[in-house]
Structure formats: structure tokens, C-alpha cells
Design a protein around this ligand. Sequence first.
Ligand SMILES: NC(=O)C1=CN([C@@H]2O[C@H](COP(=O)(O)OP(=O)(O)OC[C@H]3O[C@@H](n4cnc5c(N)ncnc54)[C@H](O)[C@@H]3O)[C@@H](O)[C@H]2O)C=CC1
Ligand SMILES: CC(C)CC(=O)C(=O)O
Ligand SMILES: [Mg+2]
Length: 356
Amino acid sequence: MTQAPHTIRLAVIPGDGIGKEVVPEGLKVLDAALAGTGASIERTDFDLGAERWHATGDTLTDEDLAAIKEHDAILLGAVGDPSVPSGVLERGLLLRLRFELDHYVNLRPAKHYPGVPTPLTEPGDIDFVVVREGTEGLYCGNGGAVRVGTPHEIATEVSVNTAYGVERVVRYAFEQANARRQRLTLVHKHNVLVHAGHLWRRTVEAVGAEYPGVSVDYCHVDAATIYMVTDPARFDVIVTDNLFGDILTDEAGAITGGIGLAASGNINPDRAFPSMFEPVHGSAPDIAGQGIADPTATILAVALLLEHIGEPDAAARVSAAVDADMATRARANQEGGPLTRSTSEIGDAIAQALRA
Ligand SMILES: NC(=O)C1=CN([C@@H]2O[C@H](COP(=O)(O)OP(=O)(O)OC[C@H]3O[C@@H](n4cnc5c(N)ncnc54)[C@H](O)[C@@H]3O)[C@@H](O)[C@H]2O)C=CC1
Ligand SMILES: CC(C)CC(=O)C(=O)O
Ligand SMILES: [Mg+2]
């Protein structure tokens, strides 16, 4: 559908490793999805990541951050590289973006496309979303270490959970559940983490009273990892903290056909700052540079981005093109084996389907 001409200001951060390989495919599909709609992309590339850090020592400067804030949305590949001490880019770049831009919702849909290979023998109908808290918990960097390197070293990481932070993400999760199959599962570990866990439990109870149509369930996180492989169809919306959500969504990627299919949105629902869309996976140094990374997660992140910025038709067309590509994979699988395609061949196929 043609709309009035308008421009979408997009900040692009390919990052490291396969981030640099999958982001061009996401952009290819974004262009194809918007062709003829009246919307155009005004794109700014940010060279953040390992190379920049080696050259300048910067992870994310205040100037970078101010420039990124001038955009409508952000597309990110992945950050992290074996040549950089672990945590420097993950904390100084990725988490700093999530915290500074108040991405308190980390939305991670998980869907199995029929016939697509999965490690589960009977996957059932897997279609759920994880609403992971994005700005608190164990990822705050609240901790420290003393007597480092000695036999008496003590290291702490303290999980921060505020009533304000938990309530706003729980409310978002109830809204999601209300718009879906009206089932919400809180995942935590309140049998042990009694302070944070009981705050989450009480908050879900209190907010849930406003959503009488939504049934509420609870799993300890260890049991949740079991149900995710034995009965994933039980889940509709999972709400959980930053660390548990991180772990569970890699598992969700694995059971739905691979981490290369799992997309995410770091969302500021209040729209005070641009939201950031990225694949769930990391920079995958083990396969980087080979052109074999699956770009589908990034392409699905583009669909989430389009939905968020008010281009639902384009978003639906991207999702439909991915559905069709998944059906092609399923057919190939039935006919004797998985399709072997390069990163750019997958991007080309999906972009071409959109232009057809
Ligand atoms: N959002 C981000 O930027 C994230 C960054 N990282 C960083 O990435 C680096 C590598 O972390 P890992 O723990 O190895 O996790 P990873 O997600 O990069 O890789 C885990 C496994 O999944 C495979 N894989 C990942 N994406 C794939 C794709 N698109 N297609 C096919 N296979 C894919 C990899 O080859 C690897 O075997 C680290 O520096 C880590 O801190 C990790 C997770 C998220
Ligand atoms: C690299 C971490 C900071 C984040 C992560 O693994 C994730 O958000 O999935
Ligand atoms: Mg992760």
C-alpha cells in the first residue's frame, strides 16, 4: 500500500563477527519491504565494536550515544570478539545502549515453523513470547571483587530488582498475554531467591488482578528449562528477569529450529528513546567470516522493527516471506536433507520474494 512519502531514520550497528554478515541481509530485506510504500530509510552506520575499540579504546562514547538517540530505531548485529577482553564490548556497548535507552522490555518471540528441523521429536505447536526484563537484575554491573587473583578472592554480582522496574515489565507482559492466548507464566526461582522472587510474585499477583481474563502460571527456572523441551506448547507469554530470560531464549531458539531464527526487540514502550532490534544470537566467532550464518533472525528482527515504527503492512510482508522460506526449508528436509545456502543466498531469496 502506498503511503505519504516519509523517512525513517535508522541507526545501524553491525558490530562484530557474524553481526557484520547478517545485518546487510536485514537491510536488503528492509529495502525490499519498503519499496513502493512511500517510506524510505535514512541510514547512519556506526562502526562500534572490536575494531573501533582496538583503534581508539572507545566502546560507546557520549557523542555516539547522542547521535544514536536522534534516530527512530536501531538495527544491531552482535557484539563481542575473542580479541577483546570478555565483557568490555558486551557491557560497555550493548548493555550500555540497553540501559541508557531504557530498553526495559526485551521481547523475544519463539515460533516453530512446521517441518523445520528441531531437536524435539514431537515439537507440538510452539508459539510463545518471552518478555525479558532488560534494564535490571544481574546485568546491572552491581558488584565487585576483592583480593583478586588470590586464594581469598571474593566476587559478587548483585541482582537489582525495583518495584518500579518489575511492575512496568510485568504490565507489558500482561498486555501481550491479553492480546494473545491469555496465558502468562512467571519464571523465577522464588524458592531460593526469596527477596527478588517474592517481589516478582507479588507484582504478578497485583497486576494480574487487573487482567482477570489472563490465567497465570508459575515455574521455577530450572523446571522451566525442562518444560521448554518436554512441553513447549504450554507457554504463551513468559515474563522473567534479565538473566533467566537470556538463558531461556537461547533454549527457545534451539527448540524452534536454531538460534539463527530467533529475533528480539529491545523496546522502550514509552518511546522516550529509539528501540533496538537484533538477533538473539551473538557474534559467533566459530563461524564468522565463512558466509554460513543464518540471517533469518536478523530479518525477523527487521519485521519487529517495522511493526514498532508503525509499518505493520511491511512487517507482515516480511513475516510472510520468512514463512514461505521456512516452508521451502521444510520441503527440502522432507525430500532428503536440509538446504545448504549461504548467508546472502537466504537474504536474497527472502528479499526477492518481497519484490515479486
Ligand atoms: N546480543 C549480542 O550482541 C550478543 C553477544 N554475544 C557475544 O558473542 C560472542 C560469542 O558468544 P557465544 O556464546 O558463542 O554465542 P553465539 O550466539 O554467538 O553462538 C552460539 C552458537 O550458535 C551458533 N550461531 C549463532 N548465531 C548463528 C546464526 N545466525 N546462524 C548459525 N549459527 C549461529 C554459533 O556458531 C555458536 O555455535 C561472545 O563475545 C558473546 O559475549 C553473545 C550473545 C548475544
Ligand atoms: C551478551 C549479553 C550482554 C547479552 C546476551 O547474551 C543477550 O542479550 O542475549
Ligand atoms: Mg543471550
